[in-house]
Write a protein that binds this ligand. Sequence first.
Ligand SMILES: O=C(O)CCC(=O)C(=O)O
Ligand SMILES: [Fe+2]
Length: 333
Amino acid sequence: MGLPPMQALRRDAVNAVTEASHLSTVAQDLEQDRQQPLQIQPLSGRIGAVVHGARLSGELAAEQFTQIHAALLRHRVLFFRGQHHLTDASHQAFGRLFGEIESHPTVPAPDGTAFLELNSQHGGRADSWHTDVTFKAAFPKVCVLRAVTLPGHGGDTVWANTVAAYEGLPEPLRQLAEQLWAVHGNDYDYAENFRQNAASQTETAGRASYRKVFTRKTIESEQPLVHVHPETGEKALLLGHFAKRIKGLRANESTALLQLFNERIIRLENTVRWQWAQGDVAIWDNRATQHYAINDYGDAHRVVRRVTVTGTVATSVDGRHSVDITVPEPLAA
Ligand SMILES: O=C(O)CCC(=O)C(=O)O
Ligand SMILES: [Fe+2]
């Protein structure tokens, strides 16, 4: 093999320099992007915003994280398009910027992760209004959901603003709500909540096995119907499908009031609906929202993964805290 001709060498050298300067421009652009203020575009009158210009990761620039955090408290749920670079690891690392992350108390996480995975083929369809994990006295503060597999169409998710719902109550209902406490449990009445959906046999079987895992041990809490948001000081209604009954009332009275307040929360004016695309991430403030995953895609496949950030016990308007009332399991003989 002879020596390469001088001209080819020179071309290689020029290419290398061009390549290097291209790389450094890319690096500079990335660095600049990291420092750019994000654009926040509200989506509806009372809840939800799309955030443009962020590349989510555990290494997000502090200024951008501060901006996201402030936007989350203000808009309750934030949406990010095009986060195709996220891996299980970087998704979790991003979630950790909000605090400690936790796996679900009863549903096992996919190997080596702390995710709650909702897989439509295994009964993972959250098609009932809820705030996440309120059967735990200290329920999650923030959740970060990433689309993994999406149906061709359908499978949107809707969020509702529970602060706006509280603020929209007439004074007598506010006063009533502020005095009430509800028992929340992971063994809530599934049939009641899901009766509206005509499911295929595959879906029905998936749901049954998911429910079995979900309720493998009963976890219960008592939560105030109105809680004070620990970061903003706002009052919010705290209900959703895990709320089984209102303390101290007869069953029919409890059912009527749960329905009355839940309907207030999910009024369309309090909601935003998100149509998922591959690469999307949604972050919600679980202390100020409920959500509902629309189950309109039949047996098509839909998988999402959720990072759950640990929260604190709720505080009622008169300064009392939510309580864990889980009955301890008998010790194995
Ligand atoms: O499937 C969804 O879009 C939302 C699922 C859900 O309820 C959750 O991740 O907490
Ligand atoms: Fe949820």
